[in-house]
Design a binder for this molecule. Structure first.
Ligand code: TPP
Ligand code: MG
Length: 538
């Protein structure tokens, strides 16, 4: 059996190798202009944890600590979303590394610059039965843009910041004993910050189209392109806009995902060309509509990384220069006509249903606020029932649409935003309760749409199959407000639009949970069906 070495493991600097290596890494991270790091407790990552802690004491980086690595990684994703800067995450060896995997996948599918630093024992201990030692090298497979297995005495090394421009990077860092520093913090005096730009910049190509009955469809995360750049593109194009996120595009056609459920309306609105920015993952109606377009043009930076086999008549990995015709006024009017008629029936909806809640949240979010919205029904209800507007910055985890890590992502966003609201389904909330365990001052109001299970499944073909409630609906019978209170977090329950409006007007101070108890999942699915069916006669 190979024993861990106890020899004095020192490099030319006099400092032990593990501490020197950790300092080289931390120094480069800070010098690149990275401002936040998320650390989880453990022994093997001590060199990195202590180096980051020392740097944070000097105000060189903000240190966030999370005991749950899954939470830690999703929190980092939230910080990335809000700041646009890479965020390193640091954990010990063993299962801790695997707990990062969900967020690494989400980062991979959104090209997010997550810098994963996993501590490991020296490679010589692999396959020897040594404690907390497993195959960490390449554990995330193709989900990372760059991987390196870094050995103690490798100096000097340069961190692969360039790879972070297109997604997550994994550095597995082997640390040998001793791992604690035994000198001063003088190394911090030598740090000089020279912030790097983490955006890809290449020359755009040209999109040529003769269509005057075109349509622009914008996926919720815009393929990672900024709202400003897509707004500018959309304005120049002058085509009707279908936006999965109507809170980012005030000029979008309202309620398109609802009125396009009607086959008659789809047939009346067949475009010559559809330009799709990002991916459309929310509504069948829009995807069915898109299939009617004889020409489809896709703009999505992810085709350069994870979605390389995506099919389209023309493909662009960044916003192209336009050589197109503006839409004819008749074509624009036709879209507006259906939007208006649909808005009338949506305005007539009453009660405290999921649809009404989405409509009211969209209308009453304060100017300048930030919204995180979970997958499943909440994001689809906002897509369908919100009246398009500006003044709100929205985020969601649309890379893989997981219901995991949602509390953490929202808190990461809230950390770097002024006033944040997070709208989560009850299962998405329960899935990430450890996200609430931290000691930071973060301002975020969570609105939990509680339908006691996965409401979306009642809107899908499996509704009513034998075992539906057991394997799809999954009611839990828990009160999210009581759970939050048990964790020392303020929580209330609401059951009217007035209370919801008050929630949205109240100052966002600290973390609070507002649970909206809504009609049953069955009732909700029935009323959605009725709304869709009514579209045939608008
Ligand atoms: C990590 C993960 N597990 C499972 C799923 C599949 N899934 C999609 S929606 C959903 C139910 C979500 O329930 P809730 O958050 O309460 O939202 P609702 O459907 O009630 O609107 C599940 C389990 C997923 N997307 N991600
Ligand atoms: Mg639910």
């Amino acid at each position: 059996m190979v024993e861990e070495s106890n020899h004095e493991n020192r490099g030319a600097t006099g400092m032990n190798n593990s501490t020197s290596l950790a300092r080289v890494i931390v120094r480069q991270i800070i010098e690149a202009g990275i401002t936040d790091v998320v650390v989880s407790p453990g022994s093997r990552n001590a060199p990195l944890s202590l180096a980051f802690f020392a740097a944070s004491k000097r105000g060189l980086i903000k240190l966030h600590v999370r005991i749950d690595e899954r939470t830690a990684a999703f929190f980092a994703l939230g910080v990335i979303k809000a700041t646009g800067r890479p965020v390193p995450i640091v954990c010990t060896s063993g299962t801790a590394v695997a707990n990062y995997h969900p967020a690494v996948l989400e980062a991979s599918h959104t090209n997010a610059p997550l810098l994963v630093l996993t501590a490991d024992r020296p490679a010589i201990l692999r396959k020897t039965g040594a404690n907390q030692t497993t195959e960490q090298a390449r554990i995330y497979g193709k989900a990372v843009r760059y991987f390196a297995d870094i050995d103690g005495p490798v100096f000097p090394m340069e961190l692969p910041f360039d790879s972070l421009r297109s997604g997550p990077v994994h550095l597995n860092v082997q640390f040998d004993e001793p791992m604690l520093p035994d000198d001063s913090e003088k190394w911090l005096d030598e740090i000089v910050i020279s912030a790097k730009v983490f955006e890809n910049r290449t020359k755009p190509s040209t999109l040529k189209s003769d269509a005057n009955r075109g349509v622009l469809v914008i996926g919720h995360d815009r393929g990672g392109l900024s709202v400003e750049s897509v707004r500018k593109f959309a304005k120049e194009l002058g085509w009707p806009i279908i936006a999965e996120d109507p809170l980012s595009f005030p000029d979008a056609v309202a309620h398109a995902s609802i009125f396009l459920t009607s086959a008659q309306i789809r047939a009346a609105l067949i475009p010559q060309t559809a330009i799709v920015i990002g991916r459309t993952t929310l509504s069948r109606s829009i995807n069915t509509f898109l299939k009617l377009a004889p020409t489809q043009i896709v703009i999505d930076p992810r085709m350069a990384t994870v979605d390389s086999d995506r099919h389209a008549d023309k493909r662009f990995t960044q916003l192209p220069v336009l050589n197109t015709h503006k839409a004819s006024p008749e074509w624009l009017e036709q879209w507006d006509k259906y939007a208006l008629r649909c808005a009338k029936s949506i305005d007539a909806l009453t009660g405290f249903s999921e649809a009404v809640i989405a409509k009211e949240i969209a209308a009453n979010l304060p100017e300048g606020s930030t919204l995180f919205v979970s997958s499943s029904r909440p994001i689809r209800d906002l897509e369908g029932f919100a009246t398009p507007r500006s003044g709100v910055t929205t985020h969601a985890n649309r890379g893989l649409a997981g219901i995991d890590g949602n509390i953490s992502t929202a808190l990461g966003i809230a950390l770097a935003s002024k006033q944040t609201f997070a709208v989560l389904g009850d299962l998405s909330f329960l899935h990430d309760l450890t996200g609430l365990i931290h000691r930071e001052e973060i301002n975020c109001t969570f609105i939990v749409i509680n339908n006691d299970g996965g409401g979306i499944f009642s809107t899908l073909p499996q509704r009513g199959v034998d075992g539906f409630e057991s394997v799809f609906g999954t009611p839990h019978g828990l009160d999210p407000a009581a759970i939050a209170k048990a964790m020392g977090i303020s929580a209330t329950t609401i059951s009217s639009v007035d209370e919801l409006k008050k929630t949205l007007k109240a100052p966002v101070k600290g973390i609070s949970i507002v649970v909206a108890n809504v009609p049953s999942r069955d009732e909700n699915a029935d009323s959605l069906k009725a709304i869709y069916e009514s579209m045939n006669s608008i």
